[in-house]
Design a protein around this ligand. Sequence first.
Ligand code: 5GP
Length: 259
Amino acid sequence: MKKKKKLYEGKAKIIFATEEKNLVIQHFKDDATAFNNQKKSVIDGKGILNNRISEHILNNLGQIGIKNHLVKRLNMREQLVHHVKIIPIEFIVRNIATGSLTKRLGIEDGSVLERPLIEYCLKNDELGDPIVSREHILTFNWLNIVELDWISKELLRINDFLQGMFRGIGIKLVDFKVEFGKTNENKIILADEISPDTCRLWDSSTEKKLDKDRFRQNLGNLVEAYQEVARRLGILHLESNIRPIKFSKPTAVKLKKNK
Ligand code: 5GP
């Protein structure tokens, strides 16, 4: 499949046209951003790991009937995906309270939720992706009620599957964000990567963070954490099959006192 002109460049991905109007190439960059683009860095190898992890997860979701945009992985950094019109909502599913939920509502960090909580954010960087209600989504016709209910059910199925998959490899699925899009035939499909960039993943026994919070919170060893997820999923065969990866403690920096 020939790569044609660039259609869109996002924070972590680039979309290229192909000869086929319904198919595009998604390129995973090594760029990491957080806090609405205020914190930026390039982390060698992150794109390759996200490409592999996301391919694995989307293929597995496809096998249980969750229609998604992945056609196939093309190479280390690229996937062939269905061209969709992205619905302007970020769908967040939470199993454990942390991140913006704890800040917004004062819920204790780490509280296990009685049932999965779905939140909706408007995809708008200038406004800082504000949280919106179901009523907003219906009032502004971002989705109709049938579509919204269908997506909500799909989100719970995705969450169930991912929770089980990660539980099996000693990881707690804390929360995740996904987007959906409409195909040319007006069918709604899952149209996003699912990776440690878009999920919060905690080691089940130590609660060590194995996701992008390592970047957001300056914890270091981000690539090692993503490799650990890939290794446990069985898609990377590193020497660490024998030796578990050791996370070095973040080095303490002594600050000079202002005189
Ligand atoms: P929070 O709202 O607590 O910051 O994030 C909830 C979940 O959604 C986390 O797993 C986080 O990684 C994911 N998430 C929310 N917004 C974004 C975003 O703009 N980009 C990415 N990659 N993930 C997001």
